[in-house]
Design a protein around this ligand. Structure first.
Ligand code: NDP
Length: 298
């Protein structure tokens, strides 16, 4: 019988710990953790994500500041705002919601965030620290950090002897996920669009992590019997069975049929998704403790 990981439940455990840590910081140091979320333009999906992040930050007891900039904002204006937030001692975490409008370059903006405040973990300093296995002073990208919580929960801290296959090699997810698995002693294969015979590669995985953006690409016979399958993809597909013009979210894994072969699987929605916001909150409280020099609870 397959175990379906309940992402919301795991995320709420993380959030409870963050709230306790935020209370402790405020009690011992008089400091309220501060998260600044910056959004440019009026993409409805981005506004929904940012709203959810700001609400969760407030729920955690953080000082949450949202900067909503018009779609005409220039690169210089955005960099100037990040510079101001970098200098602001009441702000411990800075997140610039991606994607940015087409006329803006995201890379210089991400790299301009002070690494100590880069709670999305996308800055080269944080990516580099992860690459050398330094998670003590760096900040790890939120979605892979969340997916790794599921892996640890299933297999423990030490993945020695296990083969992990990560499908997708983005800087946002695939690469940091592979580093986290490697740091935990897994034998790691990274697959991508140029990989030959992808299904055969996936079938060798004890831990299969898929972040591609192709609805239900992974079929039951891509999964090794007894494997752990972590589905990161979020895809909206039409759903005529729900009524005309209706749609629904699915992952990169054909959930029903892969549940027949996997031992552990994450659903979409309700799997990795809720963990992303929870790990953003966790990164913010970690950053706040480090920046204020307070001793973090274990
Ligand atoms: P990217 O588009 O940046 O990367 C996709 C990766 O998939 C690339 O490495 C690409 O390979 C690979 N790929 C594309 N097509 C195939 C194929 N047919 N076979 C094998 N590999 C393929 O996406 P992200 O990493 O940003 O996101 C991936 C998915 O995860 C998306 O659905 C996204 O919505 C979701 N996501 C979910 C999050 C959450 O909070 N749950 C957070 C972040 C992402 P190549 O490099 O060769 O082009």
């Amino acid at each position: 019988m397959v175990v379906v990981i309940e992402g919301k439940k795991v995320a709420s455990t993380v959030i409870e710990r963050v709230k306790d840590a935020a209370n402790e910081l405020s009690r011992t140091s008089g400091v309220k953790a501060g998260l600044a979320v910056v959004i440019v333009g009026d993409d409805p999906a981005s506004h929904a994500y940012v709203g959810a992040k700001s609400r969760m930050a407030k729920e955690c007891g953080f000082a949450s500041v949202q900067h909503t900039l018009s779609s005409e904002t220039t690169q210089e204006e955005l960099l100037e705002l990040v510079g101001t937030l970098n200098q602001d001692p009441s702000i411990h975490g800075i997140l610039v919601q991606l994607p940015l409008p087409k006329h803006l370059k995201s890379e210089p903006v991400i790299q301009s965030i002070l690494p100590e405040k880069d709670v999305d973990g996308l800055n080269v300093v944080n990516a580099g620290k992860l690459a050398i296995g330094d998670v003590k002073t760096g900040l790890v990208s939120c979605t892979p950090a969340g997916a790794m919580v599921f892996v640890r929960q299933t297999h423990g801290e030490d993945l020695s002897g296990l083969h992990a296959v990560v499908v997708g090699r983005s800087n946002l997810f695939g690469k940091p996920m592979a580093q986290l698995l490697l740091n935990a002693n897994a034998t790691v294969t990274i697959a991508h669009s140029r990989t030959r015979d992808l299904s055969a590669v996936c079938r060798t995985a004890d831990i299969l992590v898929v972040a591609v953006g192709r609805p239900q690409m992974v079929r039951y016979d891509w999964v090794k019997p007894g494997a752990t399958v972590i589905d990161v993809g979020i895809n909206r597909i039409t759903s005529p069975e729900r009524g005309e013009g209706k749609s629904r979210l699915v992952g990169d894994v054909a959930f029903e049929e892969c549940s027949e072969t996997a031992a552990v699987i994450t659903p979409v929605p309700g799997g990795v998704g809720p963990m992303t916001i929870a790990m953003l909150m966790a990164n913010t409280i970690i950053a706040a403790y480090r920046l204020t020099g307070a001793i973090a609870p274990s």
